[in-house]
Design a protein around this ligand. Structure first.
Ligand code: B12
Length: 231
């Protein structure tokens, strides 16, 4: 019989996630996530009953496909909807293959979601960079995340030894329109001012295009797109 923490099970799950459309996937234990910096400092979500593992999915948001990132209020953005579809397919697959229950977590922490960057670090997808974003070896910071919790103790994928910012002259910080790193670390308040400007200058389109709404917000990605990793 295959044990649920068998590394082979985790390998199969990650392979299935990638073949369903995720660019990256990894696994962390709920126990490690409960103790991660953001969950320790900013309160603990109410985890679905029986949750033992987190499956974190990443989608590459290529610079050449900016529309993946445009927010329209209909479950976020086209990229987020893609991730939701991958997550829903995996929920069915996990039930069928391993008789495991999995739940797709909301995006927002205040609605029961988790801190996705913490989960991605713990699952070994990358490291927190000088732009305050999760930097992956493959795609730099140009990745968006979604998470599922699973009611089985799956073998985690471990954090990686990856420090790309050590030898970088921090283009990410130089391009920030709000100088949000002026104190030497990331300021949520200054960054959020840009997000508010972006909301106020939302795009209203006249012509309908596939999977794109009439109105959407192009949130700033300057610190993300300036990152040379994975280019
Ligand atoms: C609220 C929010 C915002 C707010 C506030 C951001 C903030 N960092 O405080 C605003 C609106 C300003 C914002 C802006 C942006 N956001 Co935002 N945001 C979120 C959201 C919903 C929650 C993040 C949060 O509140 N974190 C808590 C704060 C305190 O954490 P923090 O500043 O990141 O610092 C923590 C980590 O660095 C961590 N940490 C540090 N070192 C280590 C080491 C280890 C081992 C571990 C485990 C953790 C860890 O501990 C710190 C303290 O808690 C997440 C989605 C989610 N559910 O997670 C997306 C998310 C973080 N945002 C994302 C993005 C892309 C952006 C923007 C580029 C805008 C855009 N185009 O989407 C900017 C970039 C800002 C930046 N440079 O950080 C992505 C990040 C992807 C990535 N590659 O990292 C996320 C994950 C959403 C997604 N779709 O995947 N965001």
């Amino acid at each position: 019989m295959v044990s649920s923490s068998d590394p082979d099970v985790s390998t199969q799950i990650i392979a299935q996630a990638k073949s369903s459309g995720a660019s990256l996937a990894g696994i962390a234990s709920i126990r490690s996530l409960r103790n991660s910096p953001s969950h320790r400092v900013h309160g603990k979500p109410v985890w679905p009953q029986g949750a033992k593992s987190v499956l974190i999915l990443g989608l590459h948001h290529k610079e050449t496909e900016p529309e993946l990132d445009w927010w329209d209020g209909n479950k976020g953005s086209p990229g987020n909807r893609r991730l939701i579809n991958v997550a829903n397919g995996l929920i069915e697959w996990l039930k069928k293959e391993f008789n495991s229950n999995a739940y797709d977590l909301p995006y927002h922490v205040e609605k029961g979601g988790i801190f996705l960057k913490d989960a991605a670090v713990l699952a070994g997808l990358g490291t927190i960079g000088m732009n305050n974003l999760l930097i992956t070896p493959e795609f730099g910071a140009r990745v968006r995340f979604r998470a599922l919790v699973v009611d089985r103790g799956l073998e985690p994928t471990s954090p990686i030894d990856f420090a790309p910012c050590e030898s970088c002259d921090m283009h990410c910080r130089q391009v920030c329109l709000q100088k949000a790193f002026r104190s030497g670390s990331y300021s949520r308040t200054f960054c959020n001012e840009q997000m508010e400007t972006d909301r106020a200058t939302r795009v209203i389109v006249k012509e309908e295009k596939k999977d794109l709404p009439f109105e959407y917000i192009k949130y700033c990605r300057a610190c993300e797109l300036a990152c040379p990793v994975g280019k």
